[in-house]
Design a protein around this ligand. Sequence first.
Ligand SMILES: [Fe+2]
Length: 203
Amino acid sequence: MITLREAIRLTKDFYNKTKPFKDISGYEEHEIAVGACASILASACGLDVMKAGIMGYCHDIGKMISDEKKERTFHGLTGYQYFKSIGEDELAQICLTHTFPSIDFKSEEYASYGIENIEKAKDILINIKQTDYDKIIQLSDLLVHFNGKTVIYKNMKDRMLYIENEYNVKPQHIRVKYKNAIKLKRYLENKYNCNVYKLLGIK
Ligand SMILES: [Fe+2]
């Protein structure tokens, strides 16, 4: 896997190219905070801290490569294709899986990313064996805001409210997302005997 130094240079290059054309305020803070949360969780789980940090730092790179609203792309798939093209399979996987704590979903739940894109993602996800690194990034991403102001949420309910408003997600789909988020948190807490909120200083 690329080093942290390479990951920072890579995302910085994309960031500088994208910044003049797209409002990406909060992007850097989000990536750094997700990377930090992932490292803290990985440490508590006895997993590779550096690897989790780099994965967290790179998981949203697709947002820098393509403007998903204008170009009707899905950043998870864009990031997956990019990292695949440079032979970084583990990072490619993280880019795709970070949006889907459960692969047993209806495409309508992610309609804002384009049904066609989600169908494509689903076809790839079926053949991916998710690891606890995938789960750590999914959970970290659920706890970190994107606007560069709040950074870490008070809890996952707050995050769900943000998703509901920002992406115009139907309440019944938000309920499914929330249920999956809680399941994800409990999975890591039970397996590794830890308290996620306590580890991250969330009250
Ligand atoms: Fe993210």
